[in-house]
Design a protein around this ligand. Structure first.
Ligand SMILES: Cc1cc2nc3c(=O)[nH]c(=O)nc-3n(C[C@H](O)[C@H](O)[C@H](O)COP(=O)(O)OP(=O)(O)OC[C@H]3O[C@@H](n4cnc5c(N)ncnc54)[C@H](O)[C@@H]3O)c2cc1C
Length: 577
């Protein structure tokens, strides 16, 4: 029998079965992550100068479009084609080069064009926007991070080394190096790295062993192994090393500037042993490195290393929180777009109460983290411009946002994945990569417990705790619904804090975890109140209501979800505009 394949119906051809679709035919993914983000635009319009906003606007618009339309493909390519370590050239000479997929370089160019560095480090722009450079630069970082999770680590460290160079290096080094950071030309760009972690000490940096022996002038020879070195091929590396093994702990650590070339122009010795095979953030290279008589220039005085490095670490922690925020937003955009165009049980997915409740929960968590993190970025601008109150609050707020946002990110992205059902799990889309990439955020730059201990230290050594409590109180006084509960909860924090000085070490550390977790939740509600106005109330009010309800002890009772219109309004900043 002859079969005519041209006329035989193929039951798999969806054109002949129009109802057999995953999403409604009108589905269109987001076109521009800046244009669609009412929450971000509202914050930037209100809390940056009109001049600063106008200067950055076209960069954000372009980046928002590139992040929504071009970067996913680049990001997936760079993730699948991971960096390669080339130990030797064809003549058998050791070169220790790391080679990246071209997509990685294309994304770096996108980052440079967004002026995330230029606005901060170009001398003329730095002066012009002195009071707001972090807000302006971080807005680009935020948009970029919605589509790429690996590169923000080298970008963060590049900004971090610029901060240390600006604050602690000699004029000659400043002039020579900073122009390679605010450049728009990829060929000219110098990227940064921080070498802290050793086998003996990640959290416990004071256990580090790498030694530094005096050579001449400000130069030392560094020897030993660094165990986690992201962006190991950086042109500018700051490394911690010990000049005197007799001085134990962090007090014995000094900080050194390591460049690819020695002052005489010859290659600086550093063996890249291997690249780490990571769960996520696979586009960028994390290496194990052995320093053998590697030349480093002492920055500051001997023994000041950890103190100076803290400046870079704290900036990285803010990057870390913002990275979680970018990835959370991306996951919510994906899930919300999916559900808006998904039909189940004969109706729009958004008509199901349990779906609306989950969106309300995740969006509330995101909104709370958004304002808390941007408050920290605003504080950083203020602290860098001499505001001592903000500097004190920031000392506590930095580890607080690092822990809170990173943990929230893992939860929100996982839940958003589930909201997309099977499609959320498939590598055709961005969700699996987002999930893998976000898993590192609670770990690096200090794991959750280390953040608790840092918040404890910050509370003992600065006025941050008292000032933050005052800030919370001032905002709670303006909240009408739930005010009594909020003040009761705040009192439990203050009471517990007052008991800590008399407790033993173990009790202090464990109690601090619960104390700071509660304090973070209260601070988030205070921030929602602080940033609420006529325009933002449509997404802030439901989030605030949700978070206040969540503070109450969970007793069984009838629950009513938000209506569909309110949820749609609340999610407006994830539209497919
Ligand atoms: C992909 C990746 C890239 C990295 N890139 C870099 C880099 O570029 N430069 C760099 O210097 N480092 C880098 N790191 C290292 C990272 O910062 C460390 O892994 C991290 O700080 C944790 O240190 P650790 O691995 O030694 O774990 P540990 O210090 O052994 O900690 C293990 C666990 O114990 C807990 N813990 C430790 N001490 C205490 C305590 N006193 N009380 C309670 N709990 C405690 C921690 O919270 C953690 O959960 C990178 C890590 C990863 C995964």
């Amino acid at each position: 029998m002859q079969i005519d394949f041209n006329t035989t119906q193929n039951p798999k051809t969806s054109a002949k079965h129009p109802q057999n679709r995953v999403l409604d035919a009108s589905y269109q993914p987001s076109q521009n992550f800046f244009e669609s983000d009412e929450m971000l635009k509202h914050f930037l319009q209100k809390y940056t100068s009109p001049e600063g906003y106008q200067y950055m606007l076209d960069k954000w618009q372009t980046l928002g479009k590139e992040a929504a339309q071009d970067m996913d493909e680049l990001s997936l390519l760079a993730d699948k084609n991971t960096p390669e370590l080339v130990k030797r050239n064809r003549l058998g000479e050791t070169i220790n080069e790391i080679r990246f997929h071209p997509a990685y370089h294309t994304m770096t160019e996108i980052a440079l064009r967004s002026e995330m560095f230029k606005v901060k480090w170009h001398p003329e722009l730095r002066k012009r926007f002195e009071t707001e450079i972090h807000r302006l630069g971080f807005a680009s970082v935020f948009l970029f991070g919605m589509s790429e999770g690996g590169l923000p680590c080298p970008l963060c460290m590049t900004d971090g080394v610029a901060r240390l160079i600006d604050r602690y290096c000699e004029e000659g080094d400043k002039n020579r190096l900073l122009s390679h950071i605010y450049t728009q030309d990829l060929e000219e760009l110098y990227t940064g790295a921080m070498f802290l972690t050793e086998k003996a000490g990640g959290s416990d940096v004071g256990a580090n062993l790498v030694s530094a022996n005096y050579l001449e002038d400000k130069y030392y020879l560094l020897n030993g192994e660094k165990w986690f070195c992201s962006n190991a091929n950086a042109e500018i590396i700051f490394a911690l090393a010990r000049t005197n093994p007799e001085i134990k702990g962090t007090k014995g650590l000094s900080i050194f500037l390591i460049e690819k070339q020695k002052p005489d122009g010859s290659r600086n010795e550093m063996d890249i042993v291997r690249l780490k095979d990571k769960l996520g953030v696979r586009s960028m290279a994390s290496a194990e490195c052995i320093l053998t008589d590697t030349v480093g220039k002492l920055i500051g005085e001997e023994g000041e290393g950890f103190k100076i490095m803290t400046d870079m670490i704290n900036l990285s922690r803010i990057y870390n929180a913002l990275g979680s925020l970018s990835e959370m937003r991306r996951a919510l955009v994906e899930a919300y777009q999916f559900l808006t165009f998904r039909t189940s049980f004969g109706t729009s997915a958004l008509n199901h109460a349990l779906i609306r409740e989950k969106l309300t929960e995740l969006t509330s968590i995101y909104t709370a983290n958004f304002y808390m993190t941007w408050e920290a970025i605003k504080s950083l601008d203020q602290a860098d411009n001499g505001n001592e109150d903000q500097a004190q609050i920031l000392r506590l707020l930095t580890p607080m946002i690092k822990k809170t946002a990173a943990q929230a990110g893992v939860y929100v992205i996982r839940e958003a994945m589930e909201l997309m059902g099977g499609m959320g799990y498939i590598e055709d889309g961005v969700m699996p990569k987002l999930m893998r990439d976000t898993m590192v955020l609670p770990i690096w730059e200090g794991a959750g417990n280390i953040m608790v201990l840092d918040m404890l230290r910050a509370s003992m050594k600065s006025q941050g705790f008292t000032k933050m409590i005052t800030q919370i109180q001032e905002q709670f006084e303006q909240i009408e619904t739930g005010q009594t509960l909020l003040f009761e909860e705040l009192k439990t924090v203050i009471d517990l804090a007052n008991q800590l000085p008399k407790a033993d070490k173990d009790t202090i550390e464990l109690s601090a975890k619960f104390l700071f977790e509660k304090m973070s939740s209260l601070y988030q509600i205070a921030m929602l109140q602080q940033y609420k106005d006529e325009q933002s109330q449509s997404w802030i009010n439901p989030a605030m209501q949700y978070l206040i309800q969540n503070l109450q002890k969970k007793t069984l009772s009838l629950q009513t979800p938000l209506d569909k219109e309110t949820v749609i309004q609340m999610m407006a900043w994830t539209s497919n505009k």
